[in-house]
Ligand binder design. Structure first.
Ligand code: HPA
Length: 234
């Protein structure tokens, strides 16, 4: 047990999928895993361990934003033995050619990153995905014929943004989409020598204002989870 994770030793798998939403963790575990068992419900942040094709997997919520993800990823890595962490989540598209339901594999994540600026200060550390996971996810997406984009994303500290000029700069520099967690996950993975990747589904479009109706979200999220699980054990 750790401060925010009530699991007992051995209840957390080495491979973790991390959606932001705890209820999506529940849905994903019940939909994709065999024998899912709830291993955490501290503060309503749900985690489940089960098996996928015989491999042990934990699906654990991260909460929204890098400070929240940082709490859970730190404890999962440092105290519960996590070795592979894949964020599965939604993002807003920042390029015209990126459409709703498309999948983005985040090669790297730009940020103003509150948790890591205390460490790096004036240094612009470039957090990046694990290459083996990224390659395996790209192969899995291609095999499923999922419309997929691979490149940089922006991990923002805020959803309701008072600095639209930052989004404009990100778009101008080819950033594919915006979410709020991946950069800190990649920072932590680098710090602790574990593997990380963010596999994202586009749920809204910053330029067109289009957004996925909530009933469509689950089915398009299924592709992303399938890609993440296949990549984890490739
Ligand atoms: N901004 C930040 N995070 C997000 C967005 C967004 O537009 N869409 C999904 N996650």
């Amino acid at each position: 047990m750790t401060l925010h994770i009530g699991a007992t030793p051995g209840e957390i798998a080495e491979t973790i999928l991390m959606p932001g939403d705890p209820y999506r963790a529940k849905w994903a575990a019940e939909t994709f895993l065999d024998n899912p068992k709830c291993v955490n419900d501290v503060r309503g942040m749900l985690g489940f361990t089960g098996t996928w094709c015989g491999h042990a997997v934990t699906i654990h919520g991260s909460g929204m934003g890098m400070p929240s993800l940082s709490i859970y990823a730190n404890e999962l890595i440092r105290d519960h033995g996590a070795k592979t962490l894949i964020r599965i989540g939604s993002c807003g598209a920042m390029q015209e050619h990126v459409g709703l339901r498309d999948v983005i594999l985040a090669m790297t994540a730009s940020s103003l990153s509150t948790p890591s600026s205390g460490i790096f200060r004036e240094l612009n550390f470039a957090p990046c995905a694990d290459w083996g996971l990224l390659r395996a996810a790209a192969d899995a997406a291609e095999a499923k014929s999922t419309r997929t984009h691979i490149g940089g994303i922006y991990s923002s500290d805020v959803f309701y943004d008072e600095r639209p000029d930052l989004n404009e700069q990100m778009t101008r520099h080819g950033i594919l989409g915006v979410e709020m967690e991946a950069a800190e996950l990649y920072n932590l993975a680098a710090r602790h020598s574990v593997r990380a990747l963010a596999v994202l589904t586009v749920s809204d479009h910053l330029q067109t204002g289009a957004a996925l109706p909530s009933k469509d979200r689950e089915s398009s999220f299924g592709d992303m989870i399938d890609i993440a699980l296949t990549a984890a054990f490739a």
